[in-house]
Design a protein around this ligand. Structure first.
Ligand code: SF4
Length: 374
């Protein structure tokens, strides 16, 4: 398939592996930021084919995984109200809250609908003027612009029965938090190409300089990942720490100015809690004062919810790259895609889900669990 096969070419992959092998002289630890990259790496066994000196650490870039438990519980409370139509992308429906998930709310009579665009939720609001329609807006710099556009449209069209439950996060503050953690082992980053296609590369040179860490903007196909690794290892071996664009077919240095302008109009930067990690300063967005009327948290007064993460789930350590998923004692035993303890086991970008799906098990699954369902 054009644009896919050419980035999965085995002969070119072999050459890139050979180049990496010929370049590396000592151990290096690289973090791929995005959960989509993690899934490509595990699906194609890239980490197993690399020379022993190159370790890939899986980063926190799975939007579903880092959405905090208290926001999930707020979603559950809002979705259970009889006057509400709660709209979400499908991957949020199985994320465990404190005592249930959105599927269970739907089973109990809640009007929970899967949509494929936030604009679909706005359409539902226009079709149901006597109901409150809420869209669950989660994710990084990639999903934030269409959500911002939807709120902008709602305000422009005077649609008052629409609101957004916002849990948007930003990559650069997460990189800063990882690099300032005392347990940090990361020596280079493969930055998420789709995030940079929106935001550009301007936020990264300061981080690369301050932490003396190479940052290579990287795509999502196997050859993209290998090229990112090749460039990162090359910089590390040469003692360099620059920002490099290995995904020029999608990323321009300036990003997408129209999307950035929409973000600046609708959102403002705020501190955000990351599930399993904690609060990272200036790491998220909330609706700006002009659009505060469209904030579901305020509209439904769910500000006071507090939560406690299950002690058995070590997804915070997984998301910070401190352990691999199959080092969690619950992995594949009490925690599986059918019985998830944490979001990293249910999300299609979650590292625990990737290890389970592609059989990096560490335990033998029961026959019931032998077929992955993620
Ligand atoms: S395997 Fe399950 S319990 Fe362990 S970190 Fe992953 S989601 Fe949490």
């Amino acid at each position: 398939m054009k644009y896919i096969d050419e980035f999965q070419n085995p002969e070119l992959a072999r050459r890139l592996f050979d180049e990496i092998r010929a370049t590396v002289t000592r151990p290096w630890a690289l973090m791929e930021v995005c959960g989509g990259q993690t899934h490509t790496i595990i699906r194609h066994g890239i980490d197993q084919l690399l020379p022993d000196e190159v370790e890939l650490i899986h980063g926190p870039g799975c939007p579903v995984c880092v959405t905090p438990l208290e926001v999930i519980d707020k979603a559950l409370e809002i979705a259970a109200r009889p006057d509400v139509i709660f709209c979400s992308f499908g991957d949020m429906l199985r994320v465990p809250g404190s005592d249930r998930d959105l599927f269970q709310v739907r089973g109990e009579g809640g009007d929970v609908r899967v949509v494929y665009s936030p604009l679909d939720a706005l359409k539902i609001a226009r079709q149901n003027p006597d109901r409150e329609v809420v869209f669950f807006g989660v994710g990084f710099e990639t999903t934030a612009p269409p959500n911002a556009m939807t709120v902008y449209q709602a305000r422009k069209l005077g649609i008052r029965n629409f609101s957004l439950l916002v849990s948007h996060v930003r990559v650069p503050p997460a990189i800063e938090a990882i690099m300032t953690s005392p347990s940090c082992r990361v020596q280079a980053f493969l930055a998420a190409g789709h995030v940079c296609s929106v935001m550009g590369m301007g936020e990264y040179p300061e981080l690369a300089e301050r932490f003396k860490v190479p940052i290579v903007v990287t795509g999502f196909e196997p050859l993209d990942i290998l090229e990112g690794i090749r460039r990162a290892v090359g910089q590390l071996e040469r003692g360099e720490h620059t920002v490099d664009n290995a995904y020029p077919r999608a990323v321009r240095p300036e990003g997408n100015p129209a999307a950035q302008a929409m973000l600046a109009d609708v959102f403002e930067v705020t501190d955000r809690s990351w599930r399993g990690i904690g609060t990272i300063p200036a790491s998220g967005w909330r609706l700006s004062e002009r659009y505060r009327d469209y904030d579901a948290e305020h509209r439904f007064a769910v500000d006071g919810i507090t939560t406690c993460e299950p002690a058995a789930c070590r997804s915070g350590e997984v998301l910070q790259g401190l352990i691999k998923p199959n080092e969690c004692p619950s992995f594949g035993t009490t925690c599986t895609p059918r019985t998830p303890l944490g979001a990293t086991m249910v999300s299609s970008e979650g590292a625990c889900a990737a290890y389970y799906l592609y059989r990096r098990l560490g335990v033998t699954p029961t026959p019931l669990e032998a077929s992955p369902v993620v």
